[in-house]
Design a protein. Structure first.
Length: 543
């Protein structure tokens, strides 16, 4: 077998976004597209010679053949070994764990996460560092720079190898170890949570529904919840991963996980419900008759994490992305621990986790995680909730009511306006940015604007600076509007409008969030002139 050096030329637009490079699947399957990007990854990290990597993906369409291409390229670039999930499938948190467990030089994850999959949907690739976390901006910038100057890539002409068979093999001199996708991850979960207590809760009649949305977490959830924790067979639904996610949009929110929502709000709802996304790093948590917003979930987990054995010593700190509500900050203040506000995307949590400053992290976009890996982790969040429910012996609704009574409630919602023409969205954001200096002191909807800026972040560990991470409009009464454009979409632009209003209680803690936020929503529309620029008056998705 020989190493081929293939001549190529730069392909425009290979710039990683919030979480890796995501494009329409046919684009990724186009001539040299995947190959150029993978070579750029290897080049940007100083080559693959002698290195060990983890490889896996969320199982979406093209996952299997992309894995074979990446393996042949790793071999041709001199990698020593690649650890691959069986059938090239790994959830994102499981991949992060394998990178750390095996002390590898990083890993390549094939996923477009919550984006739909299939021949005409989305595909994606990202690189994670030796700490298990997404490559930081400096590294993704270096990858992008390589894609703009690439002239050749290296690939072995070896035939496909059988990734269904667990064990060791070689590909053109490179060792390939195929591992069970679930085993190591499940073992990690057993070290963090009180499995006997959760098992006893299930034995005592506790009921649950976990909607895996035909995505990667099915086998993980079935093994952990049903096999190890004794949840009733059938607790996990849509548990078989499919290349097109069964046509579902694998984004765990009330809109896309509507089957779960209907069941949880219905007359025969189980005690607890959860869903996860395409690659298993997101989670939605629902109690019987009560939806838990991701920002509130982070706050409740922070306030109660000590009930789980893995966090019994307490937390060093809590980090949240800037658009995430300040509910977790209130818990951090009460606990006297550190609190951090980062830009959107898990890559910004890595340094805080590595430095031991933060133990829990979260985003409003259904992402929660801890220092056990360097990715958000959907099933982990579900297990921490189960551990808390087993320890407190209360319903989700009761826990939420007590939490709001103690800390007040940060009413919160995100409104997404999808597939806007990019030039219109850019013009709107530019106009908004241009108006920021004039906003403080203005009154809108009876609220006075106290400050307005474009969020910039200086990493407290390495000093790196990230500019233009989202427009913030802060009101004197503590309400807040944040606006930014998505960095994960593949069609036009998606405008995200994040809305927040604090109610200290004791009254006014049980309003409908959309009603509680109505003046803030109206203010967002008028300040950004959303309809004027985009023609949109109502969001496509509300979470
Ligand atoms: C979105 C979310 C962000 C999340 C990212 C990746 O990014 O808002 O919080 O980290 O997706 O999540 P954006 O740029 O579209 O707003 V995942 O589960 O898709 O890897
Ligand atoms: Co995801």
């Amino acid at each position: 077998m020989t190493v081929l050096t293939i001549a190529t030329q730069p392909i425009a637009g290979q710039k990683p976004g919030t979480s890796g490079l995501r494009k329409k699947t046919p684009v990724f399957m186009g001539p040299h597209y995947l190959q150029n990007f993978v070579q750029a990854i290897f080049d940007a990290i100083g080559g693959a010679q002698g290195k060990t990597f983890v490889l896996g993906g969320d199982g979406r369409y093209f996952n299997d053949s992309a894995a074979q291409i990446i393996l042949r390229m790793a071999a041709a670039n001199g990698a020593a070994r690649v650890i691959v999930g069986q059938n090239a499938v790994l959830s994102t948190p499981a991949a992060s764990h394998l990178i750390r467990l095996n002390k590898t030089d990083g890993g390549i994850i094939m996923s477009a996460s919550h984006n739909p999959g299939g021949p005409n949907e989305d595909f994606g690739v990202k690189f994670n560092m030796p700490n298990g976390g997404p490559a930081p901006e400096a590294v993704t910038e270096a990858m992008f720079a390589r894609t703009t100057e690439i002239t050749e890539y290296r690939i072995s002409d070896a035939p496909d190898i059988d990734l269904g068979r667990i064990g060791d093999t070689t590909l053109d001199g490179m060792a390939v170890t195929v591992v069970d996708s679930v085993t190591d991850y499940a073992a990690l979960m057993e070290t963090l949570f009180d499995f006997p207590a959760i098992r006893a809760m299930f034995t005592g009649g506790f009921t649950m529904r976990f909607d895996a949305m035909c995505a990667v977490t099915g086998p993980y959830a079935t093994e952990i919840l049903e096999n190890r924790l004794g949840a009733a067979p059938g607790t996990v639904t849509h548990g078989t991963p499919l290349p097109d996610f069964g046509g579902m949009h694998p984004d765990p929110n009330p809109t896309w996980a509507h089957e779960l929502m209907a069941e949880m709000m219905g007359p025969n709802a189980p005690d607890f419900g959860a869903a996860s996304d395409g690659d298993g790093d997101r989670n939605m948590v629902v109690g019987r008759g009560v939806y838990v917003s991701p920002s509130d979930s982070l706050a409740v987990l922070a306030a109660n994490a000590h009930l789980a054995p893995g966090y019994a010593r307490g937390l060093a700190g809590v980090a949240r992305s800037m658009p995430t509500s300040a509910a977790a900050d209130r818990v951090a203040d009460a606990l006297g621990i550190g609190k951090y506000e980062t830009p959107t995307g898990w890559k910004f949590f890595g340094n805080l986790l590595d430095a031991g400053r933060a133990t829990l992290c979260g985003e409003e976009s259904f992402g929660t995680g801890s220092d056990h890996v360097r990715e958000k982790d959907g099933l982990w969040a579900v297990l921490l909730w189960l551990n808390i429910l087993a320890a407190r012996r209360q319903s989700v609704a009761a826990i939420m009511a007590e939490h709001f009574a103690k800390y007040g409630r940060n009413y919160y919602s995100r409104h997404d306006f999808e597939a806007i023409a990019t030039d219109k969205a850019d013009a709107m954001m530019a106009a908004l940015r241009g108006s920021l200096a004039t906003l403080p002191g203005q009154e809108v909807e009876g609220m006075t604007i106290a400050a307005a800026d474009d969020f910039a972040y200086t990493d407290p560990i390495d000093g790196s600076v990230s500019q233009k991470q989202g427009v913030r409009i802060l009101f004197a009464d503590g309400s807040r509007i944040v606006m930014r454009l998505s960095g994960t979409g593949t069609e036009g632009a998606t405008l995200r409008v994040y809305l927040e209003r604090y109610s200290p209680g004791p009254d006014g803690l049980d309003h409908d969030p959309q009603e509680a936020l109505a003046p803030v929503i109206r203010a967002a529309h008028s300040l950004a002139r959303i309809a004027e620029f985009t023609g949109r008056t109502t969001p496509d998705v509300i979470t």
